[in-house]
Design a protein around this ligand. Structure first.
Ligand code: UDP
Length: 238
């Protein structure tokens, strides 16, 4: 796929990204913004250069996963904030993989933050802002017709495999991969990983200090947000 794509009209603007058409009908451009939201967009702010970090970190991780045999929508990085991707139809499920107790899991089940989850678990959330992205079961996925049964099985298998690949990758960079969210899409009927994998969609704890190096610094007003994102970029891409 050539770098000579021509950027067209904006198709969609989400909370953290914009999507643009190109002169190639099967390709779109993902533009990564600095806008940050949390708690179903009740909290809003800006993390300076977050878009650059998320674009570059996602590129590195998509390449790693492609090399390991996981199909992704990634084609190439076009600029600091732009990535060329295949034009997929996103399956409206947020797939969360957890290695340690944190966030909504700690709250929902009354578990102490930080505990190891062995074996890691995979959860599904229904991507629906009006409903507040509820946790759903596999039966609900089928009931809502979000994906067919073989597709759900493939998603679960890939989510676990992606976790097996990412845990050691981050471990080598002194980051504990606590949990992360994935989105999948269909491209001419073919399932592939889509969206992004970045400090916005993962929890990373520094191996030495245990400090959050991700969007939790924004959610919890921990300060030094930009520094944390830049440090993740340095460890992942440096
Ligand atoms: N996550 C995400 N987008 C969402 C919800 C969660 O990227 O809309 C990520 C989040 O950054 C974390 C993981 O999914 O790495 C698990 O999030 P959790 O269910 O604990 O929800 P939260 O505590 O963020 O509300």
């Amino acid at each position: 796929m050539a770098k000579t794509v021509v950027k067209g009209a904006m198709i969609y603007e989400g909370k953290a990204k914009k999507l643009f058409e190109t002169d190639q009908p099967d390709c779109v451009i993902q533009y990564f913004k600095d806008d940050a939201t949390a708690f179903n967009a009740q909290k809003r702010g800006t993390i300076v250069d977050k878009g650059v970090v998320n674009n570059k970190v996602s590129e590195r991780l998509f390449r790693l996963l492609e090399d390991a045999g996981i199909p992704t929508h990634f084609l190439e990085r076009l600029s600091d904030r732009e990535m060329l991707t295949k034009r997929v139809t996103i399956i409206p499920i947020e797939v969360v993989v957890r290695n340690r107790v944190a966030g909504s899991l700690a709250k929902r089940l009354g578990l102490k933050e930080g505990g190891a989850i062995e074996p890691p678990i995979v959860e599904f959330y229904y991507k629906n802002d009006a409903l507040g992205d509820p946790l759903i079961t596999e039966d609900h996925v089928l009931l809502l017709n979000l994906a067919a049964s073989p597709v759900v099985n493939q998603i679960k298998a890939w989510a676990s495999r992606i976790n097996q690949l990412l845990v050691p990758f981050f471990q080598e960079r002194s980051l504990v991969l606590v949990d992360f969210k994935l989105e999948f899409g269909l491209y001419h009927g073919k399932l592939m990983l889509a969206d992004e994998i970045s400090p916005d969609t993962c929890r990373f704890w520094d191996k030495q200090t245990g400090e959050s190096m991700d969007k939790d610094r924004f959610r919890k007003d921990l300060g030094r947000i930009e520094e944390a994102y830049q440090e993740v970029l340095r460890r992942v891409c440096g």
